[in-house]
Design a protein around this ligand. Structure first.
Ligand code: PLP
Length: 392
């Protein structure tokens, strides 16, 4: 269906990165998931039904909006890919609908998922309600506090929320607890929210998010009759970014830039800028980059944005970094907050604090460059308003 451009070299590997490093009990379920996914991608009925939900339930295609005042401010012509306008308010729903259809096809009796910012939790709870499958959402207690609105939404949608105080009580810990539960209940369907984890998840998530790039490419040709000079997205695990990038990887004239959650910046020890400041290691089922301590072990991450506050990153991004095709940047909390206010005031669009990192990078990088550019606005900022106003 989607003409994604991928650099998957052999099944589950992107160059040297990727693979599946899981306990034996999960090998069978992941092999079955891989088979179900591959069959689905060849099944036109599955694709048609998925497309149906994207159009009539999510509200796709999301607009590619010319942000005139932001463009004037920056000195480059900027379009925003409006994933914030999707049902539930972010790109996460694209992936959740695809995976819940796989889960239904595999006869799953229960859905489990992790969440950081709560957007993936809300999208999972939404898809589970739509398909009538019970669901449990795992979340760090610090994130549950930071993203209260989304916790309330998930409850309203009928999900059971399981919070953990483990570690830094954020996304990594939610994944650890969800993986632990999955190991004990391998019959449940783990609906993973980003392009991370063991094979086949990075490929599944890229496939379902590639609709972003497919649409954006078509839309920029409609508006401008040419390819953009540069494109931008934020990277937590990397799903919204790979969704946009997948349509442009084979176009050497298109510069590709990604903004990581830099937290308090390099040297502070408080960062989630994995590809800029981390190193390659095996973490949560895959070989990719990770924030590491002095002994080379996975360390804790920090970012103001719950959705970027994760020490790992998807293996395809690790390969895209090493091949030089994508440039990854460390964007601090401070820069992201400034961009949060900037876009709100210039365009009347309140971005998610995660997406604000992409806006911050683009406005900094593009200043006076006279580029034609696309920023992926991965989500809306309703969930972040209360905290920002408290900090004013
Ligand atoms: C709005 C928004 N953007 C971006 C992200 C980061 O995730 P990913 O890198 O998988 O797109 C999140 C994660 O929760 C999010 O909620």
């Amino acid at each position: 269906m989607f003409k994604e451009q991928t650099i998957e070299t052999k099944k589950g590997y992107f160059g040297q990165f990727g693979g599946s490093f899981v306990p034996p009990v999960l090998e069978g379920p992941l092999a079955r998931l891989s088979e179900a996914f591959e069959a689905a991608t060849r099944n036109q009925d599955f694709i048609n039904e998925y497309r149906y939900y994207l159009t009539h339930y999510v509200g796709r295609p999301s607009p590619l909006y010319y942000a005139k005042r932001l463009s004037d401010y920056t000195g480059s012509k900027i379009y925003l890919k409006r994933e914030d306008l999707n049902h539930t308010g972010a790109h996460k729903i694209n992936n959740c609908l695809g995976q819940i259809m796989l889960a239904r096809g595999m006869g799953a009796k229960e859905i489990i998922a992790e969440t950081g910012a709560g957007q993936h939790g809300v999208a999972t709870a939404t898809a589970a309600a739509l398909f009538g499958i019970p669901c449990k959402i795992f979340m760090g207690s610090r994130d549950a506090q930071r993203q209260k609105l989304n916790v309330q939404r998930m409850k309203l949608l009928g999900a059971q929320i399981i919070t953990t105080d483990q570690g830094t009580a954020s996304l990594k810990d939610a994944v650890d607890v969800a993986l632990g539960y999955y190991i004990e209940h391998p019959d449940s369907f783990y609906l993973l929210g980003s392009a991370v984890g063991p094979h086949p998840y990075p490929s599944i998530v890229r496939f379902f998010q590639s609709i972003i790039g497919e649409e954006a490419r078509k839309q920029i040709f409609e508006h401008e009759k040419r390819l953009p000079d540069s494109i931008f997205a934020c990277v937590g695990g990397g799903s919204n970014a790979i969704g946009l990038f997948s349509a442009f990887l084979g176009d050497p004239t298109v510069e590709i830039h990604a903004a990581e959650g830099g937290g308090e910046g390099p040297g502070s020890g408080k960062t989630a800028s994995t590809l800029v400041l981390g190193k390659p290691l095996v973490f949560q089922g895959t070989y990719s980059y990770c924030i590491a301590d002095e002994d080379g072990q996975p360390a804790t991450a920090y970012s103001i944005a719950s959705g970027l506050d994760y020490p790992g990153v998807g293996p395809e991004h690790a390969h895209l970094k090493e091949s030089g095709r994508v440039t990854y940047h460390c964007i601090t909390d401070h820069e992201a907050i400034e961009a949060f206010y900037l876009l709100s005031k210039l365009e009347g669009i309140i971005p998610a604090i995660e997406s604000s990192h992409a806006v911050a990078l683009a406005t900094k990088y593009l200043r006076g460059k006279n580029n034609l550019s696309i920023i992926n606005l991965s989500g809306r900022g309703d969930k972040d308003v209360e905290r920002e106003m408290e900090n004013e």
